[in-house]
Design a protein around this ligand. Structure first.
Ligand code: MLT
Length: 392
């Protein structure tokens, strides 16, 4: 037998596993120090009351033969898909129910969607980038090219007609940089994809953090996207579902390649390899889209954005360059004193006992940068900022 040889081409460990390990080793060696974790983008607030109540009711449903649910539909229950359709509709994006596919999160969808594409496709991802886009393609043996995101272009690269791309990854507001594309910039990508028969995989996991009304939340707000884009979204950051797991993909009916509708291929894939998100979780997810749920999750996100403001205000006063933090929970800063990313990671951990994520872990262009998240508690964020002020 043989194993998949492409695993040899991966970095030995997943980025957030490495940083977690380093932080754990530091804590074990210094049990007296309080380490503040602003590294991985994991939420700290509990699920909101509307979600908890809906999930409690769903647990009760499962207790009686009359209301019990076994295997669910592969594409998700209609009650949740209707709720998602309503959410898009209120933003002026009409969807058909059959275009919405519920899942256990955007990370798995973004990896799994590659099943429906040929192995020889040219892949284009921004650099720096969420490591999942690159690693899942390396695992499948695909060639990956990078579009260069730099300080000069505000970490928002635009298409380069000289670079061939069949599958294009975009994430806006971006992980890791927090930068968000304007409508015009996304239109440039949509036009490029349509002209080149490419498909954009658009990661909208952070759309709920957008506070600038001029910025698009969905790629389907851009004309032409229905013939070239798949959108992935998640309730992880929107509603604190990192441990609960629920997300969805939107694949427009018009989106076909090689004569095959991609939505039908995705459903075929899901029916074969996925048995759906649990009924209880889907009931909780549907509650996020109610008026009450929306008000509650917005209050939580506003609170995280206030953490971001606390961090960016401190960086402003220290004269440290950054992007993000306005329409995003991520703050992407330039390491002070010309330090490289991993040196700054170690320095911050040792001297301030604060954990962030080294920019170099997100790609070559991330070298010299560093990511902090706004997902900590207010108390910890304030304390971390005080330690940074004392150190930098
Ligand atoms: C991150 O920190 O980039 C995210 O938490 C990772 C993820 O969503 O999988």
């Amino acid at each position: 037998m043989t194993i998949n040889p492409h695993y040899q081409d991966l970095e030995q460990n997943y980025l957030f596993a490495v940083t977690a390990q380093k932080a754990a080793e530091f804590s074990a060696a210094h049990p007296d120090k309080k380490v503040i974790r602003l590294g991985i983008g994991d939420v700290t607030k509990p699920l909101c009351p509307a979600v908890i109540e809906a999930m409690h009711r769903a647990v009760d449903d499962m207790a009686w033969a009359e209301t019990f649910y076994g295997y669910g539909p592969y594409e998700g229950y209609d009650f949740l898909r209707e709720a998602i359709r309503g959410y898009y509709g209120r933003r002026g994006v009409p969807l058909q129910l059959s275009e919405i596919f519920v899942s256990d999160g955007a990370k798995s969808d973004i990896g799994n969607i590659l099943d429906i594409f040929g192995e020889d496709n040219a892949v284009l991802v921004p650099d720096p980038v969420y490591p999942v886009y690159v690693d899942t393609n390396i695992m499948a043996g695909r060639r990956v090219a990078f579009s260069s995101a730099t300080e000069a272009n505000g970490f928002l690269p635009l298409p380069d007609p000289a670079v061939k791309a069949d599958i294009i990854y975009l994430c806006s507001p971006n992980n890791p940089t927090g930068a968000a594309y304007s409508r015009e910039q996304l239109k440039a990508w949509v036009d490029f994809a349509n002209q080149n028969d490419a498909v954009i995989l658009f990661d909208a996991a952070y759309e709920a953090f957008i506070r600038d009304d001029s910025l698009p939340h969905s790629i389907f707000e851009v004309e032409g996207a229905r013939t070239c884009a798949i959108e992935f979204c998640s309730l992880s950051k929107t509603a604190g579902f990192t441990g609960t797991r629920c997300g969805y993909a939107v694949i427009p009916a018009e989106l076909e390649r090689g004569g095959s509708p991609l939505g039908a291929m995705w459903l075929r894939r899901q029916a074969t390899k996925f048995n759906g998100t649990s009924y209880i979780v889907q009931r909780g997810a549907a509650a996020v889209f109610t008026e009450e749920g929306q008000a509650q999750v917005k209050a939580d996100i506003d609170d995280y954005l206030e953490n971001a403001r606390v961090i960016t205000t401190a960086l402003d006063s220290m004269g440290i360059w950054y992007t993000g933090g306005k329409n995003s929970p991520y703050i992407w800063l330039k390491c002070p004193g010309g330090m490289d990313s991993w040196t700054f990671f170690d320095y911050l951990l040792e001297k301030a006992n604060v954990v962030g994520t080294p920019g170099a872990g997100f790609g070559q262009n991330g070298e010299g940068f560093f990511r902090l998240t706004a997902f900590g508690s207010r108390k910890n964020t304030l304390e971390a900022v005080e330690r940074l002020r004392g150190l930098l």
